[in-house]
Design a protein around this ligand. Structure first.
Ligand SMILES: NC(=O)c1ccc[n+]([C@@H]2O[C@H](COP(=O)([O-])OP(=O)(O)OC[C@H]3O[C@@H](n4cnc5c(N)ncnc54)[C@H](OP(=O)(O)O)[C@@H]3O)[C@@H](O)[C@H]2O)c1
Length: 243
């Protein structure tokens, strides 16, 4: 009997995959048997990541429509899309300017819209597909210094739920995975000082930061045949932060 967790024969595209959560997700999908394509902006890190996990590498910046068009063309048919990138600009809500909002919109919101729009047609035609977007714990509980993430990721979550409604009957599921505080390079950008990090850690019920592999496990599960009846959902991987 074929395992419900076997991804042999499936083709996955993971963006923002040279480091952190994207790389951990790509690695796990590859270990489960998927043929993986990874993408990010910086070529050196991306090529290193791709050769480590046995994936194909395509350099692209997902905050630009033309780059996404080229990426999906080069990637070819994709069964599993993991839409991920770096975080949007930070700053106090009253201080983020139009340029910061626009940049965040292209990076965090439109990247998911464009990638999924480009790939979901093929998934529907083949009767099987997975669209998984990495969001954030800020969807459920806004953080003071992350207004762009707070606002746009709530939008991404409802976009994903809308798309899930449209494609559910064609064997395609659309879900989001919302990491809590996860030990990656991004976390170093978010904290202004070691005291800041300690203050946050003291409020996490699990009393530690998560790992990229723990977020990747949720991504991998949602990618499998076993998760075929889960769609339009958000999985929080946050050590109990949101309880
Ligand atoms: N770590 C956390 O605690 C945490 C918590 C909640 C949410 N998140 C969110 O989860 C996502 C992944 O976070 P992470 O911690 O794994 O970040 P990370 O370690 O900084 O990795 C980000 C990855 O995305 C790539 N990337 C950045 N901008 C890109 C762009 N415009 N186009 C294509 N690729 C791009 C980076 O490579 P290049 O720079 O070379 O492109 C890198 O591979 C982010 O959106 C982050 O905000 C993280």
């Amino acid at each position: 009997m074929t395992s419900l967790f076997d991804l042999s024969g499936k083709r996955a595209l993971v963006t923002g995959a040279s480091k952190g959560i994207g790389l951990a997700s790509a690695r796990l999908l590859s270990q489960l048997g998927a043929q993986v394509t990874v993408s990010a902006r910086g070529e050196a890190d991306l090529v290193r990541a791709a050769s480590e996990i046995g994936a194909r590498a395509i350099v692209a910046d997902v905050s630009h429509a033309a780059e996404i068009e080229r990426l999906v063309q080069e990637a070819g048919e994709i069964d599993i899309l993991v839409s991920n990138a770096g975080g949007p600009p930070t700053g106090l809500p009253s201080l983020v300017d139009d340029e910061g909002w626009q940049r965040g919109f292209e990076l965090t919101f439109m990247s998911t819209v464009r990638l999924s729009r480009a790939l979901v047609g093929g998934m529907r035609a083949r009767g099987w597909g997975r669209v998984i977007t990495i969001t954030s714990l800020t969807v459920g509980r806004p953080s003071l210094g992350l207004p762009v993430s707070n606002a746009l990721r709530a939008g991404v979550t409802n976009f994903a739920r809308s798309l899930a409604l449209e494609v559910a009957r064609d064997g395609v599921t659309v879900n989001t995975v919302a990491p809590g505080y996860t030990a990656t390079e991004r976390l170093q950008e978010v904290f202004k000082s070691p005291e800041d990090a300690e203050r946050v850690m003291s409020r996490i019920p699990a009393a530690r930061f998560g790992s990229a592999d723990e977020v990747a496990s949720a991504v991998a599960y949602l990618s499998t045949a076993g998760a075929a009846y889960i769609t339009g959902q958000e999985i929080l991987v946050d050590g109990g932060w949101s309880i």
